[in-house]
Design a protein around this ligand. Structure first.
Ligand SMILES: C[S@@+](CC[C@H](N)C(=O)[O-])C[C@H]1O[C@@H](n2cnc3c(N)ncnc32)[C@H](O)[C@@H]1O
Length: 327
């Protein structure tokens, strides 16, 4: 499908991960310009929510997390039967209800020995806060989410519907799934290809599959300067406390579109913090700014150089950003 594009209903994936872009998919689809003639590369695919909603004809998608790739590749190749998922979740869900955390840890141990996709889904949907985290040996180490009755029938149905929807979308695409480091996937790209980059935030979160530091981020920025392909990078721009200096330092000359959203720390309004998320886009691949997508319910910001303090309309070329402004 060509971009920009209006998305009415977000396809929610069955697998969750940190940094999932469910709330940003409409914004991303709205700001990228791409004819969908080449290959869509997504080397940090995570939950797959961007891929499933943008639905490119051809794609090479990858991630260092073998469990995610294995799960989606098997889904893509139709190796799973929906009835098997249903029976598995009902069976293990009932045991979880009876035995509580003991059963969760039993499944976690089993997964760490056998790395089964069904166990992976079970853990992903019942662990603490839906976290995806692995220890230094690659073992899943997220604790139980404290909900023994997690797999009620309505919840199982919801997961099964998510699997069915993703599988429907997959059937329309010529896609390849690979477990690989980003740097070995995006070589020799063509002018017609597009790369959507969503690496972990620098220094934010580190585990077996997310060892992302400043030098990785710089390597990625350097790569972007030499590629023939179009690209867009998701990156935080600023929060209450600071501005992301990495953007200014390494992504200059590109277009920056921004989107403000709020997150809550605790339960009171006082702890409601604004975060400005950005999409850094190769200039020729940025959509023409338009207001024709009123379905974006959260406030979509575009900022001008002189009005950085105010939430007003424009996009900006990064080299003009100044960290001295506050949100
Ligand atoms: C911010 S998440 C991507 C989120 C995804 N766009 C979504 O909406 O769900 C970053 C992903 O990069 C993967 N990753 C971390 N380091 C990587 C590397 N060196 N090469 C490829 N993937 C990597 C992680 O496993 C994780 O799934």
């Amino acid at each position: 499908m060509q971009l920009p594009r209006k998305i009415d209903h977000i396809i929610v994936p069955p697998i969750k991960c940190q940094g999932i872009k469910t709330k940003l998919v409409k914004f991303i689809a709205n700001n990228i310009r791409w004819a969908n003639n080449g290959v869509w590369y997504e080397p940090f695919v995570g939950s797959g929510v961007v891929l499933f909603n943008l639905r490119p004809n051809r794609a090479i998608v990858s991630d260092t997390n073998i469990h995610i790739i294995q799960f989606y590749n098997d889904l893509y190749l139709k190796k799973f039967n929906l009835i098997d998922f249903k029976e598995f979740l009902e069976f293990e869900g009932n045991k979880l209800k009876d035995r509580g955390k003991e059963h969760y840890y039993f499944i976690r141990d089993r997964f760490n020995q056998n790395q089964n996709s069904f166990d992976f889904l079970f853990l992903n949907r019942s662990c603490f806060n839906g976290l995806m985290r692995f220890n230094s040996n690659g073992g899943f180490n997220v604790p139980f989410g404290h909900k023994p009755e997690r797999f009620r029938q309505s919840y199982i149905t919801k997961i099964l519907n998510q699997i069915v929807r993703v599988q429907e979308v997959m059937s329309g695409g010529d896609w390849i799934f690979k477990t690989q480091d980003w740097s070995s996937v995006i070589n020799d790209l063509d002018y017609e290809d597009f790369v959507y980059l969503d690496p972990p935030y620098i220094g934010r979160f580190t585990d077996y599959y997310n060892q992302w530091d400043e030098s990785d981020a710089i390597q990625l920025a350097n790569w972007s300067q030499s590629t023939h392909a179009s690209f867009a990078l998701s990156m935080w721009v600023k929060n209450k406390y600071r501005f992301n200096e990495h953007l200014n330092a390494y992504w200059g000359g590109n277009v920056l579109r921004t989107y403000e959203h709020f997150y809550h720390l605790g339960s009171t309004e006082n702890l409601r913090n604004a975060m400005l998320e950005g999409l850094v886009i190769k200039p020729e691949s940025a959509s023409i700014l338009t207001r024709q997508y009123p379905q974006i319910d959260q406030k979509q910001l575009e900022i001008s150089i002189s009005d950085l303090v105010l939430p007003v309309a424009k996009s900006v070329v990064i080299s003009h950003f100044s960290s001295s402004h506050s949100l």
